[in-house]
Design a protein around this ligand. Sequence first.
Ligand SMILES: [Zn+2]
Length: 297
Amino acid sequence: MKWRSTKRSSNVDDRRGQSSGRGFSGGSGLAGMLIPLILKLVSTKKGLIIVAVVGLLMYFSGINPLQFLSGGSTNQIQNTNYKGTASENELAEFSNRVLRSTEDVWNNILNNYQEPKLVLFTNSVSSACGSASSATGPFYCPGDNQLYIDLSFFQEMETKLNAPGDFAQAYVIAHEVGHHIQNLMGTTDKMQQLRGRVSQKEYNQFSVKLELQADFLAGVWAHHAKNMNLIIDDGDLQEALNAAFAIGDDRLQKQSSGRVVPDSFTHGTSAQRMRWFKKGFETGDINQGDTFSSTTL
Ligand SMILES: [Zn+2]
């Protein structure tokens, strides 16, 4: 891919090196010391005025006094010592440019496109969909409109999943953005409503359709990114098809348990994933991606 000369996105939230959790160390110790003092002060009229004035001064200087006492409201702990390896930083930079290309494409296709944020994390992260570890793999959370990726997944694609190449990585981001498009279009909500109303087997079938549509939307992105001369080179398509093949549920299941169990497929087989990505890539037309009413997947 030719990405080095392309534009950067401003929607990347780099949380690498941070661990999920609440507050920062020392906060509660500080509160433990100050609260008895404040209680003692407010019991006298003069003390009450002092507390009120200090509180107001803090407020007007931009510090929330309550937040100060509770140890801050941040739910991420900044690790300023974190330095990624050169290859990891390169992946972060690459992911940024890919996200930007999805913004350019989808802004062009959809009116009032709301751009999603991409959160880069290491080990674990908290999202509106709960906390997740790197083992979850890349995911999209409809609750906060954010994509979450631990960049080590890209290394895993190369070493364990046999899906090397930068376009294979871009495809993963474009697939998650596809889930964002589905969220904007209300498809994700419709899926949520089905939960508990249909059998697990039926729900899994709908889930496959949702995933294949995200693959299709990734293909639509690739189509337009190529036409808009954004980031794609000749030969990139083969890498994406290879990635779609490598991360099909049947192949992943064969790798993990040695046998294939079709009912538990939630992403679609390798052949299905390749087919829908290709359809999106060839047509570039979002109206061709109705995996839900399609009789053949
Ligand atoms: Zn997906």
